[in-house]
Write a protein that binds this ligand. Structure first.
Ligand SMILES: C[S@@+](CC[C@H](N)C(=O)[O-])C[C@H]1O[C@@H](n2cnc3c(N)ncnc32)[C@H](O)[C@@H]1O
Length: 210
């Protein structure tokens, strides 16, 4: 697919949730943050919205899917934002991904709606690479649906989980406590859990002890 208008993909959910996520980013971005890496950037709708709303940071969108990469590029060229860099190929499963993408150090990593639509190995790879990529005091934010110990999962999320597992046995909603335990092994400490519309969460981790 070319990187023209026809390459632009539209995810209705991204259109619905982009303002709520941007409001969280404004709250939790470290004040002196310069470089934000967006993992699993999808269509690019989020990237242009967030880079446009946060002109003081340089936004680095990354994706594994070639058609999504073309879509991000089409949105980027249309938006003409000085702080939005070209999308980079990124698969978070190989252990060395943090060294393969720019910038050398990130102050903030955002990953929306990936860890339940990928094998658990992708979540572990994301956490491992984020621990390597983030500067001291940096942050990782995950957005999406989760299970939580001792909290009933919303019926819509139960149905979503069942449909994910029917598409792939290794997919499905993750238990927040499992993600937090795994994150700790990579120097990422759970700081904040923010309830979001449609039974989603924004989960904030701080990079400690670099
Ligand atoms: C549901 S989409 C979410 C896209 C976007 N973040 C959003 O919220 O609209 C899941 C994304 O995860 C990406 N993804 C899946 N496995 C991945 C991996 N191993 N490494 C990086 N990205 C991956 C897919 O290509 C897809 O863009």
């Amino acid at each position: 697919m070319s990187s023209g208008e026809d390459a632009k993909r539209v995810a209705p959910a991204a259109e619905r949730n982009k303002d709520a996520i941007l409001a969280v980013l404004r709250e939790v971005l470290p004040q002196d943050a310069a470089h934000v890496v967006e993992v699993a950037a999808g269509t690019g709708q989020h990237a242009v919205h967030f880079a446009g709303g946060l002109p003081d940071v340089t936004w680095w969108p990354c994706e594994v899917d070639r058609e999504n990469l073309a879509s991000i590029e089409a949105y980027r060229l249309e938006a003409g934002l000085a702080n939005l860099r070209p999308a980079q190929f990124l698969d978070v499963i190989p252990a060395d991904w943090a060294a393969r993408i720019e910038p050398a150090r990130a102050d903030f990593i955002l990953c929306c709606n990936m860890i339940h639509i990928a094998p658990w190995q992708a979540c572990l790879g994301l956490l491992d690479g984020a621990g390597q990529k983030l500067a001291a005091g940096g942050r990782l934010v995950l957005y999406g649906p989760f299970r939580r110990q001792g909290v009933a999962t919303a019926p819509s999320n139960e149905a979503f989980d069942a449909s994910l597992k029917s598409r792939h046995p290794d997919w499905g909603l993750r238990l927040l406590e499992d993600v937090a335990d795994a994150a700790r092994h990579h120097g990422l400490e759970l700081q904040q859990v923010i309830e979001m519309p449609a039974n989603n969460l924004s989960v904030v981790f701080d990079r400690t002890g670099c």
